[in-house]
Design a protein around this ligand. Structure first.
Ligand code: GLN
Length: 383
């Protein structure tokens, strides 16, 4: 057995979803919408199935989806992309992350990561023999400690893995922060894997891709996910945009991991990416409203809600209600007694990098308004 993998705990998302199921709790843990994505996109996938789109797709993706990804790079970030040589379609952003890391990392290479971390980053880096250098954001404002970030870079740095808009904090990195990171990449001749699955889910500020900054075009692998952009998380269709020499190596990784992604879903995602401005504006406006609704409700029951500018998630400080319990214990109680499931934020930290905060829970607000209201009233009735 591979000891590293065998020792890896089951992901917190599965653990908490199972707990929610056992207790019949409202699941504000794992981030998935509780309504279907746009009917016309689902219809496009169904039509494609009946239109003989059932054999292997081309290795790097259907030409129409690669063209749509290239077009959407130009449209939303002003990044000009050659659809034939600079886009690789993957089975979800998860595979895109794995393939991008495989394309870059050799044993001993250092990878800079920003904590709190999405759960797959650290195990993936370690599995490849990469050496993580973790920099912790400072709560409650999720400030980037620039000095510590600069010190995490060295001659051995191969890449930074940057997630903006960020899961689990809801932070959207500013142009100034991205410019600072770009400076470090140039100084240390390093790459960036840009996990931008929440690119269309920002609320008060626009999303800016690191890849759109001067001199960053050749250093970035930019990752998107249809799951998030079209509220169809089960589809697992992702895409990587990268300079041609890098995209070619990502394609080699993809060839051995999955080889090709379901063609009917690819065709439907191509259709979705070409939707007009209004679709994307309404998507973020709807989520902004849900963030506000849940945040106000949580404040109303006495929790401190941290700033959130994007993603599906908002963090709340449980200190006023927790009676000294840590996040994991409180999250269990909240599921078992109040009937509301969340994710304890300590799961997004590496304990070897210092004691994780134990006072934060992550709440997913990508749910129907009635569900969010019911969750808040359950907490209110319980505490
Ligand atoms: N990205 C989702 C979340 O953060 C979960 C995805 C998963 O369960 N692997 O909740």
């Amino acid at each position: 057995l591979n000891r590293q993998l065998a020792a890896l705990p089951t992901t917190i998302f599965t653990v908490m979803s199972e707990l929610a199921r056992q207790h019949g709790a409202i699941n504000l843990g794992q981030g998935f919408p509780d309504t279907e994505g746009p009917h016309d996109i689902v219809q496009a996938a169904a039509d494609a199935l009946l239109d003989q789109r059932n054999q292997y797709a081309p290795l790097t993706g259907l030409p129409e989806l690669r063209a749509a990804v290239a077009h959407s790079n130009a449209r939303f970030q002003r990044i000009e992309v050659d659809p034939d040589s600079e886009v690789v379609v993957t089975s979800g952003a998860t595979e895109a992350l794995a393939a991008s890391l495989m394309a870059l990392i050799e044993p001993g290479d250092e990878v800079v990561l920003i904590e709190p971390l999405y759960d797959t980053y650290l195990p993936m880096v370690r599995q490849l023999g990469g050496v993580p250098r973790i920099v912790r954001l400072e709560d409650p404002e999720w400030t980037l400690p620039r000095q510590a970030l600069a010190e995490a870079f060295s001659a051995r740095t191969k890449a930074i893995l940057l997630n903006t808009p960020m899961n689990p904090t809801g932070k959207v990195f500013s142009c100034d922060e991205l410019t600072f990171i770009a400076g470090l990449l140039k100084q240390h001749d390093a790459y960036a894997i840009c996990d931008e699955v929440y690119e269309h889910l920002t609320f008060d500020v626009p999303h800016l891709s690191l890849m759109a900054l001067p001199d960053m075009r050749e250093r970035c692998l930019r990752i998107g996910s249809a799951g998030k952009s079209f509220s169809l998380t089960g589809w697992k269709v992702g895409y990587v945009t990268a300079p041609a020499p890098l995209a070619a190596v990502v394609a080699k990784a993809h060839q051995n991991l999955v080889f090709a992604t379901p063609p009917n879903l690819q065709r439907a995602v191509a259709y979705g990416l070409n939707k007009d401005e209004r679709y994307f504006t309404e998507l973020s406006a709807d989520l902004a409203h849900k963030r506000d609704l849940l945040s106000a409700g949580l404040r109303g029951v006495g929790l401190d809600v941290l700033p959130c500018q994007g993603s599906y998630f908002v963090m709340a400080d449980i200190t006023p209600l927790a009676n000294g319990l840590d996040d994991m214990a409180f999250a269990r109680l909240l599921t078992e007694q109040a009937g509301v499931t969340t994710i304890p934020a300590s799961a997004f930290y590496e304990p070897a990098n210092g004691a994780p905060p134990s006072h934060l829970l992550r709440f997913a607000f990508c749910k129907q308004e009635s569900v969010l209201r019911e969750a808040v009233s359950r907490i209110e009735a319980w505490h």
